[in-house]
Design a protein around this ligand. Structure first.
Ligand SMILES: [Zn+2]
Length: 451
């Protein structure tokens, strides 16, 4: 018998076994029990959260002659065929692989024929947002008048890319990232059943890096078990994942706390040279900072964990590195956003400071302002949350020394920010970054000055 990965062998076969999606499962169970299944469902959510698994359970439930309540029996010919992927009435289309043109065309031709064996034909279209326009149009025609015996389950990680005409014809369910406690509990069950010896801390680390995806979590456990021959150690896990130990994170944050920018940059280079996956590193770093922040607010200590960072500083660092993590998705050189965040952290430490952390007389030039602008906006948001989003709708232009013109896309946003009390907060925020008395003028695209 060929080896089956944990993800496959541990795939839930009943609604009750689906992890962390109680809100979706309950609604589907009720629909199945009451015989009121919709003709089209849209399952949205991050990868590895159980969308296609749930779709297959639904396909089994509606076709199982020995159904118990809403749950498929799992043992009849229909259930067995669907589990094995050989059922004629359950068709899986992966829109990501060939964008679905041929499949959807074939679907349109065959959809009118009655199911071969069961009660319903179930079409599961994975990553449906990848379909071509042509395929979407073909699908839409079918969705407009679905035959009685057909159920569509459209699954996607990116629902915003779907045409509204499709979305509006489906009953939508949002699958959530699976929480760390749910992931940990599931990993424990699976490991116990598979007879794995697991070192303490392993489940927690896997749950942390899997980022809400059960598929990823089980995949990692699989790899680790294969490497260690049924023994899973933290050291093996770190080498598989390219994660770093808490000690490295502690050192980096320590450098940042002390303003040792050079040392922090060197440490980053070591992490990269060690072959670590930098995006995982960035996520671990933000998780670590978040942990410190929670401790700082939870325990009311001004300086948590002995790292010498107060709450304000922690918030600053967290927002800098969270942004770096985002930017790394699009960066061709992964280390660059991290390095820029380290440098920006030094600048934030001393308002008006240069990249080396030393105060700079000539700071506040236009390029400086543009570079710091998103931080200025973030800081303003913190000081004045209701008005922050309005400021974010403006574009800054420097009109001389300490003179700022904000160009807004709409009148309402301009009016909000231009209120004297809000302008005052913005001036103070700016002078934290670039010391001096600031003068701010708000305009829109269409006018040249304030009324
Ligand atoms: Zn059955």
């Amino acid at each position: 018998m060929p080896y089956r990965t944990l993800y496959r062998s541990e795939r839930p076969q009943r609604f009750a076994e689906v992890v962390g999606q109680a809100h979706v499962v309950r609604t589907l169970q009720n629909a199945v029990s009451a015989g009121r299944v919709a003709h089209a469902y849209l399952f949205c959510g991050p990868r590895g959260t159980g969308k296609t698994t749930t779709a297959k359970i639904l396909a089994k439930a509606v076709n199982c002659p020995r159904r118990e309540g809403a749950e498929p029996c799992g043992g009849c010919a229909s259930c067995a065929a669907i589990t094995a992927g050989t059922a004629l009435d359950v068709l899986e289309i992966d829109a990501a692989s060939n964008r679905g043109v041929d499949e959807v065309r074939e679907l349109r031709e065959k959809v009118k024929f009655r199911p071969a064996a069961g009660t319903f034909k179930v079409y599961i279209v994975d990553e449906v947002h990848m379909l071509t326009n042509e395929a979407f149009n073909a699908l839409l025609k079918t969705l407009e008048e679905p035959p009685e015996h057909v159920i569509f389950v459209l699954a996607t990680t990116e629902p915003h890319k779907l045409p509204l005409t499709i979305v509006s014809r489906c009953q939508r369910f949002d699958f959530r990232r699976i929480t760390k406690p749910d992931l940990t509990a599931r990993l424990e069950e699976v490991a116990a059943r598979a007879g794995l010896a697991v070192e303490s801390g392993v489940f927690e680390l896997i749950a942390r890096v899997a980022d809400g995806s059960l598929r990823d979590a089980l995949g990692i456990l699989d790899q680790a078990a294969a490497l260690g021959g049924n023994r899973v150690t933290l050291a093996d896990l770190h080498s598989i994942l390219g994660t770093v130990t808490e000690e490295v994170l502690e050192r980096l944050v320590g450098h940042l706390a002390l303003g040792e920018t050079g040392a922090a940059l060197v440490l980053l280079q070591e992490v990269e040279a060690g072959g670590k996956e930098l995006r995982i590193f960035a996520r671990e770093l933000t998780d670590y900072l978040r942990g410190l922040l929670h401790r700082a607010f939870g325990t009311d200590q001004p300086s948590p964990g002995g790292v010498g960072l107060d709450r304000e500083r922690l918030i600053e660092l967290l927002s800098l590195f969270a942004r770096a993590e985002q930017e790394m998705r699009f960066a061709t050189r992964q280390i660059l956003p991290l390095e820029l965040a380290v440098v920006a952290a030094a600048r934030a430490r001393w308002p008006g400071a240069g990249a080396d952390g030393a105060p700079q007389a000539e700071s506040g030039t236009a390029p400086d302002l543009w570079r710091a602008w998103s931080e200025v906006v973030a800081e303003f948001r913190r000081r004045n949350p209701p008005v922050g989003p309005w400021l974010a709708r403006s574009e800054p232009m420097l009109a001389g020394s300490r003179k700022l013109v904000l160009k807004f896309r709409d009148e309402l946003a301009k009016e909000k920010v231009a209120l004297p009390e809000n302008k005052d907060i913005l001036e103070k925020t700016l002078s934290r970054f670039f010391p001096g008395r600031w003068q701010i003028t708000c305009v829109t695209d269409t006018d040249s000055g304030e009324p």
